[in-house]
Design a protein around this ligand. Structure first.
Ligand code: ASP
Length: 330
């Protein structure tokens, strides 16, 4: 069975059959066996990766007691940000190659408002800072020192985000890495999340420590509205995980939402966005990108470049993990 970590290491991809475009093959037998609800009722929470079940639980508690999609999505991803054992989000996230943990996050509300922070250091909950950028400033994005100053002025506490385990992993990486940022590292898994509340309103959030051992100053897709996440409350929402550079080049989440606006189902839209990435990247076999999407009707979709991408869907009272279908076959 593929795990999230090992499939991202595409050294093992020699055995994978190459495809010239996007096929519709299931990435695992589990996917074929597990049927997700075709028409999920509101409320609903969907998150990238299996750890998304914990985020979904927190969101569900809010959604089922009449809370708003925006509050639910923020509370959901905060659970993952606060988990020091998750090495790709929040505290405990892998640092850049110089040892700084720099976090990226964005949030989007049903009314189209959005906020984002890039390369934010020392703050456990970048998603909440992103929400404050949206609600308390005339801007959409704050970066680096400015984002930190803003967060501290809003009462956030400065903390050390580099855990002992992350520091040791980074020290170990330095021994052989030659200071080279690599695109196919196996340690990057963002949480992207979409919620629909009882009113049928949609919100989204995306938060990450980004590519492990990245160059200082590198920002990926996750905090960029339209790349790592996008919501249009009239249509639906989408979120991405995987190699941010590939998502940025195609503005992936915006693309998924626009495809849904033009009549595609969430599943078809995710498949077409992945096909675009595959078509535009000769080296697509060397990296992973996965999308999740939901439309206004509560239908969901997910698709990835490589086998191994999964997501958590809380709908109809059940919180379950599903393996996404993908472009490449085993
Ligand atoms: N998309 C994130 C980034 O490129 C990483 C990830 O999803 O694992 O920063």
């Amino acid at each position: 069975m593929f795990t999230r970590r090992n499939f991202l290491n595409r050294a093992a991809l020699g055995s994978l059959a190459a495809v010239s475009g996007v096929g519709l093959s299931a990435c695992s037998d589990a996917h074929a066996k597990e049927e997700k609800p075709a028409d999920a009722v509101k409320p609903l929470a969907i998150s990238t990766w299996d750890f998304g079940t914990k985020a979904n639980e927190a969101a569900w508690a809010i959604l089922t007691t009449g809370g708003k999609a925006l509050d639910a999505v923020e509370a959901g991803v905060m659970v993952i940000e606060a988990d020091p054992l998750n090495t790709s989000v929040g505290i405990g996230g892998a640092p850049d190659r110089d040892g700084h943990v720099t976090l990226d996050a964005c949030i989007m509300a049903p009314d189209g408002g959005c906020g984002s922070v890039c390369a934010l250091e020392h703050i456990v909950h970048p998603i909440s800072v992103a929400r404050m950028v949206m609600e308390k400033t005339p801007h959409v994005i704050l970066v680096g020192e400015g984002a930190l100053e803003f967060a501290l002025a809003q009462g956030f506490k400065k903390e050390n985000l580099l855990t002992e385990a992350s520091r040791k992993a980074w020290e170990a990486w330095k021994i052989n890495a030659k200071y080279e940022p690599k695109i196919n590292v196996e340690v990057h898994d963002t949480i992207g999340m979409l919620t629909i509340d009882q009113n049928g309103d949609i919100a989204g959030a995306c938060t990450t420590s980004g590519l492990a051992y990245k160059m200082r100053g590198r920002v990926g897709d996750s905090p960029i509205i339209g790349a790592g996440m996008f919501v249009d409350n009239e249509v639906g929402g989408a979120a991405a995980t995987g190699l941010g550079e590939a998502v940025l080049r195609t503005l992936g989440s915006f693309l998924v939402v626009e495809l849904m606006r033009n009549g595609k189902s969430p599943q078809e839209a995710c498949e077409e966005a992945v096909a675009r990435i595959v078509k535009k990247h000769k080296n697509y076999k060397d990296f992973q990108v996965g999308f999740i999407a939901v439309n206004k009707q509560g239908q969901t979709g997910a698709f990835s470049v490589q086998p191994g991408f999964n997501y958590a869907l809380f709908a109809n009272g059940e919180n379950k993990v599903y393996d996404a279908a993908c472009s490449m076959t085993k």
